[in-house]
Design a protein around this ligand. Structure first.
Ligand code: ZN
Length: 351
């Protein structure tokens, strides 16, 4: 089968022929039909994660995976309902199944977690073995190129906004800021409207094309932050919404200057959820965080339940996509384009 594998950190990915993988008895072999490309694929190649987990090579990239059930392992129970030919998405974050995080469904934060696309098997290949319990059967009318990004870009902000909602930070008299309108942000704007309980949604970004997409996807207001001081941005926010600060922030970028700005704009008792990893550190004054009783939520990817909920919204036609579809042969080209921020929306490889 074809596979895009990284043999050395910092080098182009090698597109090569490798054997079709075997499956364990509890696994299903999925024939990949589409796989989204994420900024974290670029970061993996560039070595961003190396100080946290030095994954041995070769690594098959790609973790936003959808495809078709090709072969079912011997002990996959009949009650799972899987049949050859079923359309499926892969819930990433495969836990050990026994720790206290796994026991309540948060397999993606299991200390022994495994990720497709960050080891020997990934979605930029024609086949991938997946433990049956991490597959979700989907409506066969949904397009593969739209399903793929929902497993990360379209799920990660969903989880983040659920955290803000569950913390009581959203409501009709609240203003929710979406920071960074890249692959995740376009989805975040939509979830902000779906889950925001009537909160006013304001998108913040530098790129005018990305702000136009945010507006088109339902943001009540968009604010360009390019070259502006926080006080001026606050004034613009006040003019647009009637208040100069934000009750809640969903940060899909995680860039150091965005985080500085975000905390500058965060209200008393405000909640800040970050899922973005563009930067690597936060340096912000402490006293306002304590005296204003603000809360920071790390929000990482999502679990099986989050993905099931996103799939239900997709099946109801409630999620819109901004996609750039490309072919297997263009993988390195798209890694370069993503690295330099040249992709508007989500890039998805389709076989
Ligand atoms: Zn676990």
């Amino acid at each position: 089968m074809k596979a895009a594998r990284m043999h050395e950190y910092g080098k182009a990915v090698v597109l090569e022929e490798v054997p079709v993988p075997d499956i364990q008895p509890d696994e299903i072999l999925v024939r990949v039909r589409a796989c989204g490309m994420c900024r974290s694929d670029v970061q993996l190649v560039d070595g961003y994660f190396r100080k946290y987990a030095d994954i041995p090579t070769p690594i098959t990239l790609g973790h936003e995976i959808t495809g078709v059930v090709h072969k079912i392992g011997g002990i996959v129970p009949k009650s799972s309902g899987f049949q050859e030919g079923d359309h499926v998405v892969v819930a990433p974050g495969w836990g050990d199944g026994t720790c206290r995080y796994c026991q309540i469904g948060n397999t993606h934060i299991c200390p022994n977690v495994r990720w497709p696309g960050f080891g020997p098997y990934g979605g930029f290949a024609e086949f991938i073995p997946v433990p049956a319990r991490y597959l979700i059967k989907v409506d066969s009318r949904l397009k593969f190129e739209e399903l793929a990004p929902l497993t990360d870009a379209g799920m990660t902000p969903y989880r983040g906004i659920k955290k803000l909602r569950d913390a009581g930070a959203l409501g009709p008299d609240r203003v929710l800021g979406i920071f960074g309108i890249g692959g995740l942000g376009g989805y975040a704007v939509q979830y902000a409207k779906l889950l925001g309980s009537g909160a006013t949604v304001v998108a913040f970004a530098r790129n005018p094309d990305k702000l136009a997409i945010a507006k088109e996807l339902g943001a009540d207001h968009v604010i360009s932050i390019k070259g502006k001081a926080p006080t001026d941005i606050s004034k613009e926010l006040s003019k647009a919404t009637g208040q100069g600060d934000l009750d809640a922030i969903m940060d899909c970028a995680g860039a150091p200057e965005m985080i500085q700005l975000g905390f500058n704009l965060l209200s008393i008792s405000g909640h800040y959820a970050d899922a973005g990893l563009v930067g690597d550190r936060i340096d912000i004054p402490l006293f306002p965080r304590v005296s204003r009783e603000q809360t920071f939520h790390g929000s990482f990817w999502g679990n099986y339940t989050d993905l099931s909920e996103v799939m239900a919204l997709a099946a109801q036609g409630k999620i819109r996509h901004t996609l750039r579809v490309f072919t297997f042969d263009q993988i390195n080209e798209y890694i370069d384009r993503l690295r330099t921020g040249q992709v508007v929306g989500r890039a998805v490889m389709k076989f």
